[in-house]
Design a protein around this ligand. Structure first.
Ligand SMILES: [Zn+2]
Length: 511
């Protein structure tokens, strides 16, 4: 072979080898939603190419957003590993959520069955349904991948390719893009396990409506056994909120796609029950009630908070969140940011965007103050965030005291900048600095924000978020021309505000 031919040969071969290797570096999963037995779904996968003598296969013990062991491995049974020739390879179940697979380098296929986590929202088991999956063969599948798919501890941060076999009339609603291979087969890819678990899917005969908010495609997907044309009504309801959120966030949204996945179960009883789980680019809402009249209102309330999560944690988060450990997670100190600032934006946006009256805004602050009083407010917020599993009794205070801290931080920033900037600007700046792929160090965030703002802000964090000083509601509300009556919990306008108070209020809420 002369040199020229050799060179051509090398050039041609080289890229092909690269492609072949790249495609082996995936978890290749097959999930069969068409051939169920006893409400169980058959799952199988080929592990990424490796040289491991053994590997630890994990199905999550818990997932982001929950602080109690959920043990998703409990739904998995009959796990079998085989080599290329179909010969069995030894596996050992270590506990509910993990298995040792021997001779992993020779494993060609691992298969198992998964039972559904819930059949109906009816049973009053306090268990969160939104994180488990349900399979109702001819009707609907609500799939959270944490209950169907796992990973090897030795082979993390590797992409996933999932092939789903499904009823030909079913459509996959999700923040991820499902490509239809043929009428019974969809293929979806995720960049890693974290993204897959963060992207649930609703499979059913479609009742979907798409909205375009700026550059963002928003999918509203609805399932109810009888009512099959309802997504449009809900989409019209939430469109107004999302458009105002877009304006509040400076005119553009940091995601290209977002999905609302709504499962609604009719019942004969009165009352209303709901469960939901937020994700970076989607929200699962599960509802059950005797009348659908409750739905638009309930969804309106949920939609705004959940949609604001596209800012944080999606685009502003610590390493603990980016590299979440699904067996033994170490938690971030900054729930004040992820939940507190998200909820603050949810109550600040409507007044800033002139969607509500001053009266309604005062009421929303009063509600948060009243809510906060149900909790122990002498604890450090960073401490309870870091120990959220042990301090579940205090967790809900991130939605009460959290937004009030956000409000005070906003007022302080407005004061220090002469009205020019507040938390809206801070969140956008943080999003630019970090973004979806870049995390901050948990211990450095307060110093980083201080560098971006004012030295006084470090003191604010030290006193009120790391420290145990009470939220300075009266002092800060006075700065913006409001009176807070600590005895009655009433918030109202000061009767004789000075010009400084008036201009700071105008900068803060536009009136
Ligand atoms: Zn939230």
């Amino acid at each position: 072979m002369n040199n020229l031919i050799k060179l051509v040969f090398v050039l041609v071969i080289f890229p092909i080898t690269l492609i072949a290797q790249a495609s082996k570096q995936n978890y290749k999963y097959n999930i069969d939603l068409l051939h169920l037995s006893n409400d169980e779904v058959k799952v199988s996968f080929t592990p990424p190419t490796n040289n491991l003598k053994q590997g630890k296969f994990v199905i999550p013990k818990l997932i982001p957003g929950f602080y109690q062991a959920m043990n998703f491995g409990q739904y998995v049974s009959n796990l079998v590993a085989t080599d290329k020739k179909g010969k069995k390879i030894t596996t050992e179940r270590l506990d509910q959520n993990s298995w040792i697979i021997h001779d992993l380098k020779h494993v060609n296929k691992i298969s198992y069955q998964v039972a559904d986590g819930w059949d109906s929202l009816e049973k009053d088991t306090h268990e969160a349904k939104s994180a488990g999956s349900t399979f109702i063969k001819d009707s609907v599948f609500v799939i959270n991948y944490n209950s169907l798919v796992g990973y090897f501890e030795e082979l993390k941060d590797i992409p996933y390719q999932i092939t789903v076999t499904k009823n030909k009339d079913f459509y996959a609603s999700s923040a991820l893009d499902y490509k239809q291979k043929n009428k019974n087969t969809d293929i979806v890819r995720a960049k890693d396990y974290r993204q897959l678990v963060d992207s649930p899917v609703l499979y059913c005969v479609p009742d979907t409506t798409w909205l375009k908010i700026g550059h963002t495609e928003v999918l509203v997907s609805f399932y109810n056994k009888k009512e099959r044309h309802y997504s449009k009504k809900i989409a019209l309801e939430i469109e107004n909120i999302l458009k105002n959120q877009q304006a509040y966030l400076g005119g553009s949204l940091p995601v290209s796609k977002y999905a609302f996945l709504i499962y609604y179960e009719s019942s004969n009883e009165t009352g209303f029950m709901g469960d939901g789980l937020e994700h970076s680019q989607s929200t699962v809402c599960l509802y059950r009630s005797g009348s659908m009249n409750y739905l638009p209102n309930a969804l309106n309330r949920v939609a705004s908070h959940e949609f604001f999560h596209i800012i944080t944690p999606l685009n502003i988060h610590s390493g603990e969140i980016q590299h979440y450990d699904f067996l033994n997670p170490s938690l971030s100190k900054h729930l004040w940011l992820y939940e507190g600032m998200t909820e603050y934006a949810t109550i600040h946006m409507p007044i800033k965007q002139k969607m509500i009256s001053l009266d309604d805004f005062e009421k929303s602050i009063e509600e948060k103050i009243k809510g906060m009083k149900e909790f122990d407010n002498k604890l450090s917020f960073t401490e309870i965030s870091k120990n959220a599993m042990e301090r579940q009794d205090q967790y809900m205070n991130f939605y009460q005291k959290g937004p009030l801290l956000g409000m005070c931080l906003d007022i302080r920033l407005r004061e220090l900048s002469g009205g020019k900037t507040g938390t809206q600007d801070l969140m956008l700046q943080l999003m630019k600095k970090y973004g979806a792929g870049k995390y901050f160090n948990d211990d450095d965030l307060f110093d980083e924000i201080t560098k971006m703002t004012y030295p006084e802000i470090r003191i604010f964090f030290k006193d009120f978020i790391e420290g145990t000083q009470p939220v300075p509601l009266k002092e800060y509300l006075t700065k913006v021309g409001f009176n807070y009556d600590e005895a009655t919990g009433k918030v109202s306008l000061l009767s004789n505000p000075d010009s400084k108070q008036l201009s700071l209020r105008k900068a803060w809420i536009g009136q």
